[in-house]
Design a protein around this ligand. Structure first.
Ligand code: FMN
Length: 381
């Protein structure tokens, strides 16, 4: 294959370089995977308006997300187990994002810890919080994120109970991986990945191990979530989190106008329209199909961001046209990371930038901040 030209090329490579259980952890949705597929398919149904004879010089993709300058309105979404796609994955992806000028969001369920990522970056990154029953642990995570200089806290609202992903169960997913014949075979056939893993000590959940009390079973995400995540999480808790954190706050996982209004009432800085990449409520609508309604409901009160199904710069442009101030990519950067480490994340971001830039120009726009619904020829939502 020539050098990867698309996110699909990076996915093809990642499938060949990452052990099956971890590649499929990324490339999966819950139950029938209908929502996972809809996230991508619904972008394709939106058509762009081709414009001609307009000045296309001096284009700009720079913007802001919650007041932070971004080279383009794309952030790296929080993803668990990222250090299992490639050794030290979170540290590499954070460095790539910093160099590119876009935000990196570190997951609570990351392999590299908050402190690990802080040790290799020079600018603030964002931290994603899962709210656990053990509020001392939550408090401690918030304090660690503050000490590390994180500049935004992203509270995930749509995973207090884990959606069932069949592939993870079939694959016996765990971190560190088990040493059954099946798992050893999967790893042995990915020698580059193994070499990387042998060269790092980061092979389990760095934010949790050694920090959380009574963690009895980290090997199974399902039982761990059931044991630790707080299923009573409510809007009232956001008030407490806001007080503890005291900085920019983003609420992730809102897919309904009423919930978006409640999120705006909390005084948070942004809401992320998201269905967790189709990994939670299978049967929920795609994120992009819900974006316009949520934008219309709360745009004047809170920034609206979106994630789910973005696979090209064209998708980023469509999301911005439908009112998203910012977008996030999960799998696109994970595929880059699995395929080629940091270089693959650099490449994923460059691919998106080029596609975004050329598409914006051909739609007759020079500044991403002036893009609105008028660039769409057909919008089914
Ligand atoms: C492998 C994987 C792990 C994820 N882990 C987390 C996580 O730990 N916390 C979280 O808030 N969202 C998590 N997400 C959801 C992403 O933040 C994001 O919502 C989703 O990936 C966006 O869809 P996309 O992958 O199609 O871009 C995860 C997604 C994937 C694919």
């Amino acid at each position: 294959m020539t050098a990867p030209l698309t996110i699909a090329d990076l996915k093809w490579l990642a499938r060949r370089r990452v052990p099956k259980m971890f590649f499929e952890y990324a490339d999966s949705g819950s139950w029938t995977e209908g929502t996972y597929r809809a996230n991508e398919d619904d972008f394709a149904a939106i058509k762009l308006r081709q414009r001609v004879m307009v000045d296309m010089t001096n284009r700009s993709l720079t913007s802001t997300m919650i007041g932070h300058d971004v080279a383009m309105p794309v952030a790296l979404a929080p993803t668990g187990f990222t250090g299992m796609q490639h050794a030290d994955g979170e540290m590499l992806a954070a460095k790539a994002a910093e160099e590119f000028g876009v935000p990196f969001t570190l997951s609570t369920m990351s392999i590299c810890s908050i402190e690990d990522v802080a040790s290799v970056t020079t600018k603030p990154f964002w931290f994603q919080l899962y709210v656990m029953r053990d509020r001392d642990f939550v408090q401690n995570l918030i304090d660690r994120a503050k000490r590390a200089g994180c500049s935004a806290l992203v509270v995930t609202a749509d995973l207090q109970i884990l959606g069932q992903r069949h592939k993870d169960i079939h694959n016996g997913l765990s971190a560190p991986p088990k040493f059954t014949p099946k798992h050893v075979w999967q790893m042995a056939t990915r020698p580059q990945w193994c070499l990387g893993m042998l060269g790092t000590k980061r092979r389990t959940f760095g934010n949790i191990v050694g920090h959380a009390k009574n963690v009895s079973d980290l090997s199974s995400l399902g039982s761990w979530t059931a044991e630790q995540f707080d299923p009573r999480l409510s809007w009232k808790d956001i008030e407490w989190i806001k007080q503890q954190w005291g900085g920019k706050l983003i609420i992730k996982g809102v897919l309904d106008e009423e919930d978006a209004r409640a999120a705006a009432d909390t005084g948070a800085d942004a809401v992320i329209v998201s269905n967790h990449g189709g990994r939670q409520l299978d049967g929920a609508p795609s994120s992009i199909s819900m974006l316009p309604k949520i934008v219309d409901a709360v745009r004047d009160r809170i920034e609206v961001h979106v994630d789910g199904g973005i696979r090209s710069g064209q998708d980023v442009l469509k999301a911005v046209a439908l009112g998203a101030r910012g977008t996030y990519i999960g799998r696109p950067f994970l595929y880059g990371l699995g395929a080629m480490g940091k270089e693959g994340v650099d490449l994923a971001l460059s691919i998106l930038r080029k596609e975004l830039d050329v598409t914006m120009a051909l739609c007759g726009k020079r500044d991403i901040q002036t893009v609105d619904r008028s660039i769409l020829a057909h919008n089914p939502y």
